[in-house]
Ligand binder design. Structure first.
Ligand code: FES
Length: 92
């Protein structure tokens, strides 16, 4: 079987996540800092859900024990020019 990608933005594989969990990284924040997953252009929209599932299965965590990462604005990637125009229009 080929590599299973967990975070396509940062090229993080399932094998890398499972190895990190075996090394003792067992929270979303720890894994995010170690592997940089969730820090790509999509801000973890896909990989954070996958990571939660891996933590439940591999680390035996219950869903309520998994703290999700903080999402910072903008929630969706936008071109910088869009922010500039909206900020300018708000200065009246
Ligand atoms: S898929 Fe992980 S940050 Fe985009």
């Amino acid at each position: 079987m080929g590599e299973i990608i967990v975070c396509r933005c940062r090229d993080v594989t399932l094998e890398m996540v499972e190895k990190a969990i075996d090394e003792g990284y067992k929270t979303v924040e720890e894994l995010k800092r170690k592997l940089r997953l969730g820090m790509g252009p999509c801000q973890g929209r896909t990989c954070m859900r996958l990571l939660a599932g891996i933590l439940r299965r591999k680390a035996g965590l219950k869903p309520e024990a998994i703290k999700h990462h903080r999402i910072r604005p903008p929630v969706r990637p936008v071109p910088v020019g869009v922010l500039e125009v909206e900020a300018y229009e708000g200065e009246d």
